[in-house]
Design a binder for this molecule. Structure first.
Ligand code: ATR
Length: 283
């Protein structure tokens, strides 16, 4: 039985074991998937121990995505550009154990988001105007997968303008994007956006990023990357101005898990039943 796990701190509320064990049941894969509370400052030792015990792969969640970036021996492009790792695959070394084995690292958060938007929410990004709120880790991971869909434009708005501008210059070779502050969106000065994504951490504290309602297109999509918080202030704002489609990050969570599962096991699970099981109605 091959072993997998998610590592984070805290880890008590993680849905990853449920998601991956559902995938395993559905695809007939003989695996175990557990949750590991990694000690703060002790990420590498905890991963070493997991590999020594036969672990084949890990998902990585807060606060270890940068530690995982440092731990990896082989970074795939998405992880390198995101500056963070959310999945690792362990290969055996020359003696058959973890010693000297390669650690391949990827980041499926952004592709999970894009797959959820396009496949599950039926909102193709090609040719659309996309607004990404926030310029932290969550936003950074979403940029390349979004640009790969060839939106008409990606605007990144952040409270701290310099961070949005830094992302603009970092990703400028990958598509049409710009970094602004929230003031640039007021009064519809930047036009309306078909897709507005909240990648700030504001919702975790019940706060609202200061986005002007004029930025939302009524026939568009408002997407909250956080999941399980119901109608957050951001979603409530979008609902109040008549945005037709509202979503939280449950689909993103399940889709990134499916990417990791397919990468590890070579078989792609059906995400629909798991998303349905985990969805909490947005009321
Ligand atoms: P994460 O990994 O969740 O993205 P992070 O890297 O700490 O966390 O980034 C948090 C993001 O949320 C930042 O873009 C932050 O804006 P600043 O860069 O200006 O700090 C944004 N953020 C947090 N609380 C916010 C709020 N109340 N309003 C607007 N933006 C907020």
């Amino acid at each position: 039985t091959d072993q997998y796990a998610v590592i984070g701190n805290p880890i008590g509320h993680t849905k990853s074991p449920l998601i991956h064990m559902s995938f395993a049941g559905e695809t007939g894969q003989d695996i175990t998937y557990t949750a590991i509370e990694g000690p703060l400052g002790g990420f590498a030792a905890a991963v070493d121990a997991f590999r020594a015990g036969g672990g084949r792969g890990l998902n990585i969640t807060a606060p270890f995505k940068l530690d995982a970036f440092a731990y990896a021996t082989d970074l795939r492009e998405r992880a390198r550009l995101a500056g963070a790792v959310n999945a690792m695959k362990f290969e055996d070394g020359p003696e058959g154990g973890p010693e000297g084995g390669r650690v391949i690292a990827d980041n499926f958060d952004g592709v999970g988001l894009v797959n959820d938007i396009q496949r599950n929410l039926d909102s193709p990004l090609a040719g659309k105007r996309v607004l990404l709120l926030g310029a932290g880790g969550a936003a950074r991971g979403a940029i390349l997968p979004i640009l790969e869909q060839k939106p008409a434009e990606l605007v990144i708005a952040n409270r701290t303008l310099s961070k949005a501008q830094a992302l603009e210059s970092q990703f400028s070779g990958h598509g049409r994007l710009s970094g602004t502050d929230y003031a640039a969106l007021t009064g519809g000065r930047s036009g309306r956006f078909d897709v507005v994504l909240n990648a700030t951490s504001a919702s975790l504290r019940g706060e609202l990023p200061p986005v002007d309602t004029a930025a939302f297109a009524a026939d568009g999509l408002a997407y909250e990357l956080v999941y399980g918080k119901g109608l957050t202030p951001f979603l409530r704002l979008a609902q109040g101005v008549g945005v037709r489609r509202l979503a939280d990050g449950v689909g993103m969570l399940v889709e990134q898990a499916a990417e990791a599962f397919a990468w590890w096991r070579g078989i792609r699970p059906d995400t629909r039943p798991v998303i349905e099981r985990l969805t909490i109605p947005l009321v």
